[in-house]
Write a protein that binds this ligand. Structure first.
Ligand SMILES: Nc1ncnc2c1ncn2[C@@H]1O[C@H](COP(=O)(O)OP(=O)(O)O)[C@@H](O)[C@H]1O
Ligand code: SF4
Ligand SMILES: [Mg+2]
Length: 330
């Protein structure tokens, strides 16, 4: 039996600035089982980072607010936890890898000290020697020589810094890893290495992972399940097979797939979806994708579509009826 680890229901998150209210996440629901990898995909501004920060309860103070919803981790609602309780959960149960490794690294401490600090925070009673031994193990695990633990972040390349951040994130073997575009800041060859390493570590430790990316190629290589996000909503989700095959897809997903360069032919032409993401402080009525949708119908500007589900594969679009294997129009 698959065991549920994280379950988010109807999550709404807003940012309030002096000028406007940004509706960053709108009624988002998703769940992830132990050991599973979920790819969270969407353009910049879709609300992916906001979703991850909500799970960590690290939204910017006095600006970011969870307005509605529940985030159950192992059956307990994170939203109700105090900051003190969250400090125990972060790093131990849930860890996050940020896009820019320097978000997590402090330039004035050695990288070894920083990895040790995470271990200390969550393992009372460990001796200094035990902690150092664990630091060495972690360096080895992420493919860095342990002797380099006495160096400072600036002495490492971008890819190496991200490895150190991953070592910190995995130091206490969290049950859930939130990886927010962990390889975007790295060059392509290093990207592949870091991703492979993350996958191997995940398989070894049975960590569940939410992998945030706008790269569908990365998702195809790493994820069991995929959720596609647009304007703060999940507009399609299912297994990787559901998303990468068949013809039951949200028009936005179809557009995204059109924008992957086809490596099997000579053509490297990208097909970006025309238009821009809607202004998140003034979202369109009905379906949020309607201003950009090539299949837009009358109803799409009036009524919000509901989610149509077929064998666990869900699409939020008026094109699909309850018998979702059939498209209403071609
Ligand atoms: N601190 C903030 N203050 C105001 N708006 C924000 C803040 N952080 C993010 N946003 C807005 O929230 C929306 C979702 O952003 P984000 O979650 O970062 O998307 P993604 O990670 O998918 O690119 C965007 O419109 C973004 O401009
Ligand atoms: S609901 Fe309408 S506008 Fe939205 S994606 Fe489907 S067809 Fe396009
Ligand atoms: Mg982001």
């Amino acid at each position: 039996m698959e065991e549920k680890l994280l379950e988010i229901k109807d999550l709404c998150v807003e940012y309030k600035t002096d000028e406007e209210t940004v509706y960053a996440v709108n009624n988002l629901s998703l769940s992830i089982n132990k050991g599973e990898t979920l790819g969270l995909v969407g353009e910049t501004g879709a609300g992916k980072t906001t979703t991850a920060l909500s799970i960590m309860k690290l939204l910017p103070q006095k600006i970011g607010f969870i307005k509605k919803g529940t985030i159950y981790m192992n059956g307990q609602d994170i939203i109700l936890k105090s900051e003190e309780e969250m400090r125990k959960i972060r790093g131990k149960d849930i860890s996050m890898i940020f896009q820019d490794p320097m978000t997590s690294l402090n330039p004035v401490f050695t990288v070894g000290e920083q990895v040790a600090e995470v271990i200390k925070l969550h393992s009372e009673g460990k001796s200094k020697e035990e902690i150092e031994k664990r630091v060495d193990e972690l360096f080895l695990m992420v493919g860095l020589p342990a002797e380099r633990k006495t160096e400072y972040p600036h002495q490492f390349s971008g890819g190496m810094k991200q490895r150190i951040v991953i070592a910190m994130a995995l130091a206490c073997e969290p049950q859930l890893l939130l990886a927010d575009e962990p390889t975007t800041a790295l060059d392509v060859t290093i990207q592949a290495q870091v991703l492979k390493m993350m996958k191997d570590l995940k398989d070894k430790l049975n960590t569940a992972m939410i992998l945030i990316t706008h790269d569908l190629g990365v998702v195809a290589q790493t994820c069991d399940k995929v959720a596609i996000m647009y304007a703060g909503e999940i507009i399609e989700h299912g297994t990787a097979e559901d998303i990468f095959e068949g013809n039951f897809h949200h028009p936005y997903t179809v557009g995204l797939f059109g924008s992957i360069p086809d490596l099997t032919t000579k053509s490297k032409r990208l097909h970006p979806i025309e238009g821009l993401m809607p202004d998140p402080s003034d979202l369109p009525h009905g379906c949020r994708f309607n201003p950009r949708c090539p299949k837009c119908m009358d109803i799409c500007t009036k009524a919000e579509p509901r989610e149509y589900i077929s064998d666990g594969h869900a699409v939020k679009c008026h094109l699909f009826s309850d018998d979702s294997s059939e498209k209403k129009e071609g």
